[in-house]
Design a protein around this ligand. Structure first.
Ligand SMILES: [Zn+2]
Length: 530
């Protein structure tokens, strides 16, 4: 009995520990499958080793070390990667794998030849594993309780109303261009004259709010607020200013007032897998995959694919050596695909815009939510759409985090400018096509969640260029008089208020347009920006 208990604990520990380390972001629903697979494989291994070793106790000791080595490999590799000792790169897979084999064979030799009291060693192993697992398990459970409590209290406070019976059904597009700055800031800091694109929007019939500022300076806060037609500062009271728990915030995006209302009004909801937990709204009628690139597209149903937590877990295991091997092989094979992650990022941006232009042909009224990860870092497009693979580890690092990963202000500015130029051409195609093909004319909100971050210091509002970070592109295509409710300084918290008031006979008073700074680490510690 003891051997099975110990191996189950050892197999569960890495999964529970990783889930606890990411409990602020990742929902528990992603975890059980990894836990099940890990435990099942461990028991299978125990049975196989038992056949060879002829003893359950020895099999458990050998199986446990194999599991520990397997699950710790990716962690250790991340630490020693490319480390040099006297000009000699020691952090390579070949050396690390060799070391792992050495540790494993030494342990096998100890179990068979040296250790005397095998049941006693199994007892020790079980106690150590049980104690180790208790800590992350406790933190995971308390996080879940906190989340449930906050979720129960955070019902939307906006009034429920039914749409007018004679409303004209139109498709509605809510397009969030992550980090797209306002024209005057692009000109001042980025030496980028964006007049052509703004003129294109106006020519097509958009109203461009030329003094618009975001309500928050980071994605999830901004989108949770705009889609619920309200500020989200009450989360600071619910969770505490110092909370790092983002799940109640993400939940406000996954179930938001605007989409709830439109669904009740007979709209089909459409959203994309953005590869970010916060903005991937899965509970919709049409949920599109993250990218259309043929290399990565799969014919498997979405539930068969790895979820975000499983991807993270595999990265921490010895499977990461296999991933790196495949990536290496691929890059020598296809020169342009130097880094698959940047390629995926590129195809995600173009796929999202491309997929939207298909919506006018769809039957019924459609609401589209598209969170486009551009022109946010990493900057992956040249001005003509040529692929750019930044010489840095892949990640969505912005502001001072971008600099901490080896970026420079000059690099940020140049990369950002190139990406905006190309993004504009994609947008002109998509928007032009949507407007030309839609009948009746659609409603389009094209806005940014915050500005760019070449001079953003996450740790300090006073050391940041707040005008850069808070000034946003905010444009509206509201046919048949909908623009009458707009004004130059309108902020995203009021966008759906104006739309619902005009097209659905809503009765929402406009809120005061305000902006709050908060850091990435302490999202609910708000400082008003004036
Ligand atoms: Zn953002």
């Amino acid at each position: 009995m003891l051997p099975i208990v110990s191996i189950v604990l050892v197999a569960a520990y890495p999964v529970i520990a990783l889930a606890a380390a990411n409990a602020d972001e990742i929902s528990l629903q992603y975890v059980p499958r990894s836990l099940l697979v890990s435990v099942a494989l461990a028991i299978l291994m125990l049975i196989l080793v038992r056949l060879i070793a002829g003893d359950w106790g020895k099999a458990a000791l050998i199986g446990s070390i194999a599991l520990l080595l397997f699950f710790s490999y990716g962690h250790l590799y991340q630490v020693v990667k490319s480390k040099e000792v006297m000009g000699f790169v020691v952090g390579r897979h070949r050396y690390l794998l060799l070391l792992w084999i050495l540790i494993f064979t030494t342990w096998v030799w100890l179990v068979f030849g040296v250790l005397r009291n095998i049941p006693e060693w199994n007892g020790v192993l079980t106690i150590v594993a049980a104690v180790a697992i208790a800590f992350p398990l406790f933190s995971l459970i308390s996080r879940e309780i906190e989340f449930r409590a906050a979720d129960a209290k955070s019902e939307s406070r906006a009034p429920i109303f039914e749409p007018a019976p004679d409303f004209v059904g139109r498709d509605i597009y809510y397009i969030v261009l992550d980090g797209y700055g306002r024209q005057d800031v692009l000109s001042r800091i980025y030496d980028l004259d964006n007049t052509d694109f703004i003129d294109f929007l106006k020519r097509e019939g958009f109203y461009v709010a030329e003094q618009s500022q975001s309500n928050y300076i980071q994605t999830a806060l901004s989108i949770a607020s705009s889609m619920n037609l309200d500020y989200v500062n009450d989360l600071a009271d619910l969770l505490g200013e110092d909370s790092t728990n983002r799940r109640p915030l993400n939940a406000r995006i996954h179930h938001n007032y605007a989409m709830d209302f439109l669904e009740r009004s007979g709209y089909q909801l459409m959203a994309f897998n953005t590869n970010l937990v916060a903005t991937s709204i899965e509970d919709v009628d049409i949920y599109l995959p993250s990218e259309g690139n043929q290399y990565f597209r799969s014919s498997l149903p979405e539930t068969w694919l790895l979820n975000p937590f499983e991807g993270l877990l595999l990265e921490t295991t010895a499977v990461s050596a296999l991933f790196d091997l495949v990536a290496q092989f691929k890059s020598s094979y296809i020169e342009t695909v130097a880094d698959p992650l940047y390629e995926v990022h590129r195809s995600r941006v173009s796929y999202t815009l491309d997929a939207m232009s298909q919506v006018p042909g769809m039957p019924g009224n459609v609401f589209v939510f598209a969170h486009v990860l551009a022109p946010h870092p990493p900057f992956v497009f040249g001005p003509n759409g040529e692929p750019v693979n930044p010489d840095a580890p892949y990640g969505l690092f912005d502001g001072s985090d971008f600099m901490a990963e080896g970026g420079t202000v000059e690099g940020y500015i140049a990369g950002y400018r190139d990406e905006v130029i190309y993004l504009n051409t994609l947008l002109e195609d998509t928007l032009g096509e949507i407007i030309a093909k839609s009948d009746p004319p659609p409603i389009i909100i094209l806005q940014s969640d915050h500005g760019p971050g070449a001079y953003l210091d996450w740790g300090s509002p006073s050391r940041s260029d707040l005008e850069e970070r808070t000034s946003i592109l905010n444009a509206y295509y509201l046919p048949d008089g909908g623009s009458d409710g707009l004004y130059p300084s309108i902020s995203p918290v009021n966008s759906f208020r104006v739309v619902f008031n005009h097209y659905f006979e809503g009765n929402f008073p406009l809120l005061e347009d305000r902006t709050y700074f908060s850091s990435a680490v302490r999202p609910f510690s708000f400082t008003p920006v004036d």
